[in-house]
Design a protein around this ligand. Sequence first.
Ligand SMILES: O=C(COP(=O)(O)O)[C@H](O)[C@H](O)COP(=O)(O)O
Length: 323
Amino acid sequence: MTDTEPAAPVRETAESIATMEIRGAATIAAAAAEALAEQAEAAAASGETASDPTAFRASMRAAGRTLRETRPTAVSLPNALRYVLQRMEGETVDELRRSVIGASDAFVRQLDRAQEDLGQVGANRLADGDTVMTHCHSTDALACIEAAVDQGKSISAVVKETRPRQQGHITAEQLRDAGVPVTLIVDSAARRYLDEVDHVVVGADSIAADGGVINKIGTSGLAVNARERGVPIMTAAQTIKLHPETLTGHTIEIEMRDESEVVDPEAREEIGEIDVENPAFDVTPPRYMDAIVTEHGQFPPESIVTLMRELFGEGAEEPWAEP
Ligand SMILES: O=C(COP(=O)(O)O)[C@H](O)[C@H](O)COP(=O)(O)O
């Protein structure tokens, strides 16, 4: 490692986030915070960063930039980096190291607690005997369903497979392990099954100031169909999913992923000269979402801006940027 090049654990975490071995907004946030703690340990142990607080700080910012550049849509990633790097303080390398490790630990603990708390709120919206429909794999959404089961409610699930990467299979396995009877369907069967469903529960990668929910591609179509069938839909999202930059008019970048996730290279050869596009996320307008469930309670999407201001003020700092 040179003094500005992040340590191996940061590079490995960044690679795992980019290739989606580590995925899902909350999991990405925890991994990023933990990688910063590992960077602090490594930087305090060797080279110029071990004796020079300025070099140490620069190496932490560089690690933040490497992690930030992996995936653009889930705001939990920059929010995690912000939380840890804003709490980096001290005159000596040892003080700086300890502050980073303390902030990283506190962040991960808060994530777990927030998920538990929002799970209770989401569970209260579900009734004994309900069938829920899910999209993609969201640990926040699963927390609601699992909490409902823990409350003694009998819940069953219709799980969308979620092309192209089929994260629905992970959801199906986890719900099965929680004792929830699961029916797995292809995405295009969702509308047909909505008549048998009492609630749609999804997660979020980001929530915009106007209450728009950014989540796995297909969420917005599901929400429109759910509204048309009269099925309530909630987003389970802890507040690290609130996107502070949208308070000042910025839009959220939708990640475009490689076409090989949609068509395998052999089939691609055969298809020849056509465009293949693979947007990973979409935006559900607030009017199609019934509630955003957070660790602070549930909110109508249009009022989420109040919570966002309270938690993030008027904007977003970038403590990983070069001074
Ligand atoms: O859209 C996805 C995952 O997309 P990908 O698989 O592309 O990362 C999830 O619904 C959110 O990230 C919320 O997940 P969680 O509730 O676990 O934060």
